[in-house]
Design a protein around this ligand. Structure first.
Ligand SMILES: O=P(O)(O)OC[C@H]1O[C@H](O)[C@H](O)[C@@H](O)[C@@H]1O
Length: 536
């Protein structure tokens, strides 16, 4: 079998208790045959149109030759750089596929003006843009498409030669692609975004960038039969029981790469787990860790660790690798993707939730649209210190005068079983060091800490933060970027869009009773060190 899992300690007990029940209930074969009744009557209507991923491998197979041909056509035109405009499920799979394959793909899943400008400045004359959106109406993706269309025209390139669309049949993007004369691929509409890795959404950008997508499908195909079997060896059942069957439930899921050949798997799994399970006040919070993350040394009772290793059968044999109580997992990328898809569907059943909807993502989008339409004056900061404007929930910012004190107040509000979510709506290429705030804060408070780049995380962990248990406190970082960019034929700029996304999401989190501290960097590169000093 191309995927191996080893469990020990409490999680082994969960597997031993839950898997026989899942086997007796024929859960694996029922998922494979797309039985929508597995998640209860309320979920049935949604599940009935969301299980197409179980046959993605065979449906996608004919695409491989088409994509390989398009890649050579583009190369013949001098294209040597693929850019992908897409959010969440429309970009996270191509990201892990191409990074693991070691081929270049620029993933533009940001509205930070500096980041969009950097992508545009990078080999535009020899770039092709893949625009991927299931709904065809995602504002980030639409804004990026408009920007590239204009930029291509300005340098005398016909966008029809360089823009490729991936969308669902009947979407507004399919209609506009037809009208504009773009090459387009449509995918199975009975597959949700986060389950779309093995459909055109995962394959088109990855294949155009040069990844071996035929091999990826082979890897997934090799595990299909095992995943469909009502058998206690089924890795989808084992993983599902391990992540959602512990008693009491360990509802933080730390995902650690420790020797796996797969690069960035946790970023993909994060969306699958958070959006599928984080709703109606329940869910599993994925926490992307590395082998040195403070959380691993803290033995947190509510943190279940999944360690992605080279060979799960061998790894635990060495005494220093025993990691009692963890889930050790190894496998091919295609095999891992399909196994996690099954496991999260199983987890949904164990948790009593519908794994196929994302009811709270829309709330932040509505708040953003409201702000973009109204264009209100920016909210005045409670105070400014060291060039950082401080705003947020009254209990966190009132009566304090320093950034350090505001951060301490926020962290002090973390519930015993809670977590801190850091959300950085900045140009991540210009401020990559901000990601290190995660470890700094985790070692300070001994609780799990998540880190997300905005607006990217809104389409991933954003659902959990708003729809899962209200146990998070949030540190939101925004910036006055030095540059701004028009969004062609739209009444807002990228700078206005990202600020509205941050403010909109903060308002929804606060409305859910979750504290938010908002720090706006007025001079980003200079303010970062002040921020790190404040966390010490
Ligand atoms: O592919 P799109 O329709 O553009 O959607 C991109 C993303 O949008 C939303 O945030 C959904 O919650 C995600 O599940 C989805 O992957």
């Amino acid at each position: 079998m191309s995927v191996r899992i080893h469990v020990s300690g409490l999680v082994k007990q969960a597997v031993e208790t839950q898997v026989p029940i899942l086997v007796a209930d024929l859960v694996a074969s029922s998922i494979t045959s797309q039985d929508p009744a597995l998640w209860g009557a309320e979920a049935e209507a949604e599940s009935a149109k969301r299980l197409g991923w179980t046959e993605a491998v065979s449906i996608s197979r004919p695409l491989v030759a088409e994509i390989v041909q398009l890649r050579s056509d583009l190369q013949a035109q001098g294209v040597d750089h693929i850019v992908l405009a897409g959010m969440g499920g429309s970009s996270l799979a191509p990201e892990v596929i191409t990074r693991t394959a070691g081929v270049e793909l620029t993933v533009l899943d940001s509205t930070a003006p500096g980041q969009v400008a950097s992508a545009l400045a990078d080999r535009l004359a020899t770039s092709a843009l893949v625009v991927s959106s299931k709904s065809g109406s995602t504002v980030e993706t639409d804004s990026q498409r408009r920007t590239y269309e204009k930029a291509f025209r300005e340098i005398g390139i016909d966008p029809r030669d360089r823009i490729i669309i991936v969308t669902d049949p009947g979407s507004p993007l399919e209609a506009s692609a037809k009208e504009a004369g773009y090459r387009f691929f449509t995918a199975d509409p009975n597959v949700g975004g986060r389950y779309s890795a093995l459909t055109a959404f995962g394959l088109v950008p990855s294949g155009l960038a040069g990844a071996d997508i035929g091999e990826l499908l082979d890897e997934a195909e090799a595990i299909e039969l095992y995943l469909a079997n009502d058998d206690s060896d089924n890795p989808g059942l084992i993983l599902g029981a391990a992540i959602a069957g512990t008693v009491p439930l360990k509802n933080k899921l730390g995902i650690v790469a420790d020797g796996t050949h797969i690069v960035g798997f946790a970023d993909w799994a994060e969306q699958l787990v958070a959006e599928s399970t984080g709703k109606i006040g329940r869910g599993l919070l994925p926490v992307v860790l590395d082998t040195h993350s403070p959380e691993l040394g803290e033995k947190l009772a509510d943190l279940q660790v999944v360690r992605l290793v080279k060979d799960a059968d061998q790894f635990h044999i060495l005494p220093q690798n025993r990691h009692e109580g963890e889930i050790l997992m190894s496998g091919s990328l295609g095999g891992m993707i399909l196994t996690w898809e099954y496991a999260v569907a199983v987890a949904g059943r164990l948790l009593g939730i519908n794994p196929f909807d994302q009811p709270d993502v829309e709330s932040a989008k509505i708040a953003t649209r409201g702000l973009l339409d109204a264009q209100p004056e920016p909210e005045a900061p409670a105070f400014t210190a060291g060039g950082i404007e401080v705003l947020g929930t009254a209990s966190v910012v009132s009566g304090v005068e320093t950034v350090a004190a505001a951060i301490d107040r926020l962290l002090a509000e973390t519930p015993e079983d809670g977590y801190v979510g850091i959300q950085a709506y900045v140009d991540r290429l210009a401020l990559p060091e901000l990601a290190e705030l995660r470890d700094a804060i985790a070692s300070k408070i001994d609780r799990p800490v998540t880190f997300g780049w905005g607006p990217r995380f809104l389409h991933s962990t954003g659902q959990f933060h708003k729809g899962g248990p209200a146990i998070g406190v949030f540190l939101q970082i925004t910036e006055n970027a030095g540059v701004d960019l028009e969004v062609p034929n739209r009444p807002f700029t990228f700078g206005q869009l990202i600020q509205a996304q941050a403010a909109g999401d903060a308002s929804v989190l606060e409305a859910h009773g979750q504290p938010v501290l908002r720090l706006n960097l007025t001079n980003p590169s200079a303010n970062v060190s002040t921020l790190f000093e404040a966390v010490q």
